[in-house]
Design a protein around this ligand. Sequence first.
Ligand SMILES: CC(C)(COP(=O)(O)OP(=O)(O)OC[C@H]1O[C@@H](n2cnc3c(N)ncnc32)[C@H](O)[C@@H]1OP(=O)(O)O)[C@@H](O)C(=O)NCCC(=O)NCCS
Length: 191
Amino acid sequence: MPPFPARTPRESQHETSELMLPQDANNLGHVFGGVILSMMDKAAAVAAIRHARATCVTASIDRVDFREPIHVGDLVVMKASVNHVGRTSVEVGVRVEAEELTSGRRRHTNSCYLTFVAVDRNGRPLEVPPLRPETPDEVRRAAAAVERRRRRLEERDAESRRAGAAPPPRDGDGLGPPDSHAPPDTRPSFA
Ligand SMILES: CC(C)(COP(=O)(O)OP(=O)(O)OC[C@H]1O[C@@H](n2cnc3c(N)ncnc32)[C@H](O)[C@@H]1OP(=O)(O)O)[C@@H](O)C(=O)NCCC(=O)NCCS
């Protein structure tokens, strides 16, 4: 028997919205991609943490394309739902909609998949409850997530191999190993 009872996607779903203001946008009034990414990360984190009922860190954010602009004055709505869980990781899908408040017209502007890992107080991965998809859509999303997970981990491993095979950076190019005579770096680190 698993150590935790399974949870359904519905139990952790999260919806959030925010009015886009001039500080969120460029001089044409188009909202910065980074504002949307930050909202996606937070909305997805809520769903992942609710599912795991543990601290979760963002392990990866899949490719995001910005196909249509979102404008100042739009209400950005994020809908986050857990699609799939592994042993310690949780994939969350986020659907982004932009509502033009004066007309009520809503556009689906982006979707994105983010992977979170539940961690203990030392940052070590923690087991999460299994997922029990209920609706046909949830079953379809969970199945699609398996293939995404496979590709994501393959890309991560290929990237690690490339990084491992790269020659060490030369001294003097600003990327060399730390100077052994330099004082220790006491700055706080934010993983
Ligand atoms: C995410 C993190 C905890 C993974 O630790 P790790 O030692 O690599 O863990 P493991 O290799 O044992 O993998 C743990 C899980 O993470 C998943 N994972 C690891 N790297 C991943 C990646 N790049 N993309 C998706 N999933 C990933 C693994 O598939 C595994 O999932 P599973 O248990 O469901 O099979 C670690 O890399 C970390 O702390 N990263 C920093 C997170 C952070 O600070 N995020 C905010 C960015 S500022």
